[in-house]
Design a protein around this ligand. Structure first.
Ligand code: GLC
Length: 427
């Protein structure tokens, strides 16, 4: 097999480094933190080990909690101590503005033409005060998964609106339960009190035309859009969605879905490869669409922008070698492999025209609009305050979903909190 382009590149650089110094550079061990969601850890390991084999260095992987909220807390703790234990961090699309002071500027270590291969909006997202603090690795957007066989059996169309989804979920759930599957649910999503709920709830609100924070930085969450969206979502809990959804993150919802016990699921693209895996009971019965819209003049289909970036710690003892690993993992061949094996959406634009990538993931092409127009969480505008904002938001939403608070009151209180936090939108 031909050597992948980025491996060739690493090998050439290795040769140059050897030529330029007194002898071959000593092998070093690079430690990398990976997420373990679904197949992430396995794919991360395969990629990092391929780089290690090609360069003669070693890699050690540290797996981190699945919950983005817990992962951030762990990273902040590690980085605050200035420890050099971890060289490469996988960071969420919403964290550059929170972690930037701990990360190296990769524009000094990565050639510009390599940076230019990625979606410019994500490169911009990862650039804080002119420093490129992470290379884009994969893009996420919230998607609607549906069971093609069940929609057919019950004469239902792919839902256009959240109201359509609610009706179809009810019909299918009632039918499947009458047919003997007492564990069947209409719709599963992520409503544990963590970052994933921020994503789900922002999608509901955006679907009606609302926003958490306006482009000018002012909180706008207390609106009829948000109220309609949250009231609708609160109705699902315990009726078409299990009461336990209040503790679900991505993997709990995928568990119910992939066991064949749900008609619809909201999740990220990684769930496609797993749902369609050889051992999946629902293989061949899965469709993917943009999330439904709300109703009213401003209603639109939506999906929140997510994804992961690769960053090098400022406290690393080997930033150059760590950056070489990052370049390899974010490179064309590795992103292609991850797209085909794990349905991770590439950040390299050219891969959206690659026939093998599109054959493995037909929805990449069909939903390109959803990916390119995905709604961003307000992490740029709120900077290092983002986590505080998101926590206030998901806590308020969780209290509405669990029936502890009414939507209108919770939203009014939340907006007042956000106004206090931001001194009227100045952040
Ligand atoms: C996924 C997304 C990430 C998001 C997280 C929330 O990992 O890529 O952006 O914050 O889910 O659960």
């Amino acid at each position: 097999m031909a050597m992948p382009r980025s491996l060739r590149c690493a090998a050439i650089l290795g040769t140059l480094a050897t030529l330029g110094s007194a002898g071959p550079a000593a092998a070093v061990t690079i430690t990398m933190s990976c997420s373990a969601l679904g197949t992430e850890l396995e794919l991360c390991r395969e990629g990092a080990e391929a780089w290690a084999a090609a360069t003669g260095n070693d890699v050690e992987l540290v797996s981190t909690p699945n919950s983005a909220t817990e992962r951030l807390a762990l990273y902040q703790q590690m980085l605050a101590s200035g420890a050099s234990d971890i060289d490469v961090f996988v960071i969420d699309v919403i964290w550059p503005g929170i972690l930037d002071s701990h990360l190296v500027d990769l524009s000094d270590l990565v050639p510009q033409d390599e940076i230019d291969q990625h979606f410019p909006a994500i490169v911009e997202n990862n650039t804080v005060d002119g420093r490129l603090v992470a290379l884009p690795w994969f893009v996420d957007a919230g998607l609607l998964y549906y069971r093609t066989d069940l929609l057919d059996a019950y004469g239902q169309a792919v839902p256009e609106t959240w109201a359509d989804l609610t009706v179809a979920a009810e019909i299918i759930q009632e039918g499947e339960r009458a047919d003997g599957n007492a564990q069947f649910w209409g719709y599963v999503f992520q409503a544990s009190a963590y970052e994933g709920l921020t994503c789900n709830a922002l999608e509901w609100i955006d679907a009606y035309g609302g926003a958490l924070i306006g482009d000018d930085g002012r909180p706008t969450v207390y609106s009829p859009f948000s109220q309609a969206a949250l009231e609708q979502a609160a109705e699902w809990v315990g009726s078409t969605s299990p009461p336990g959804v209040l503790n679900y993150t991505e993997e709990e919802s995928r568990g119910v879905w992939q066991a064949g016990n749900a008609a619809f699921m909201r999740n990220w693209p990684y769930a496609w490869a797993l749902s369609q895996g050889e051992d999946s009971p629902i293989r061949g019965l899965v469709g993917v669409a943009a999330l439904p819209r709300g109703h009213g003049a401003e209603a639109r289909h939506t999906g929140v922008l997510g994804g992961a970036q690769l960053a090098v710690s400022r406290y690393s003892e080997h930033p150059d070698v760590a950056a070489d690993l990052v370049r390899y993992l974010a490179g064309y061949d590795e992103q292609k492999r991850r797209a085909i094996e794990g349905s991770f959406n590439p950040t390299i634009i050219a891969l959206y025209e690659d026939a093998e990538v599109l054959a493995a993931n037909p929805f990449f092409g069909e939903l390109l609009d959803t990916f390119t127009n995905a709604v961003a969480r307000p992490s740029r505008i709120t900077g290092d305050r983002y986590n505080e904002v998101s926590s206030a938001f998901f806590s308020a939403v969780h209290s509405v979903l669990s029936g502890e608070a009414q939507a209108a009151q919770a939203l009014e209180d939340l907006e007042a909190d956000l106004n206090r936090m931001s001194r009227g939108g100045r952040w």
